[in-house]
Design a protein around this ligand. Sequence first.
Ligand code: ZN
Length: 197
Amino acid sequence: MTSPHQAALLAAAALVNMTDSEHDHLSDEAALENLLRTIDWWTEADCGLSDLCALRSLRHRLRALWPGSEAVAVSVVNQLLHKFDALPQMVRDGGTENYRLELLAPDGSVAAQLAIRTSMAVADLVQRGELHRLRLCARPECREVMVDLSRNGSKKFCAGRCGNRAAVAAYRARNASSGAVGDICRSGRHPARDIDP
Ligand SMILES: [Zn+2]
């Protein structure tokens, strides 16, 4: 289960990854609905063209967060909190009787909520010295933005095709090396004894 900060960062990454040098995959309201279905904290049913435009605009600002430069991240966070009028409010903490202080988006739009939630999550990464968790996929042909939620922060590839591709390559490499050992064993020859003096 992801924390609210992790969920915000994953949603921000999903939004940023909806464009590349050739295509914009956030091109219509159907694409918007697909994106919103992946955001587990977004429960509103209605979204329209204004949300689509606002998210496309927000995407450019969020893109600057990858790869994580502290100075840029701090600047983006402060700009977003200012632009979307982040409002500190006391709210119930989950289903408990306790309260906590949270920044809310007065206009309630998905873009405003995503901007403010992502800002809080990035601020937390900066404070903990973990901004490196925002980085690009290591496969040069891909370069999607990713959020490394692994315990030791060593994830190299995005969760989609690249992660699967890397796993398949590692599996084949392991099989190839164990196969080579098997061939030697089956041949009954020892490599060291086959070298001519
Ligand atoms: Zn990738």
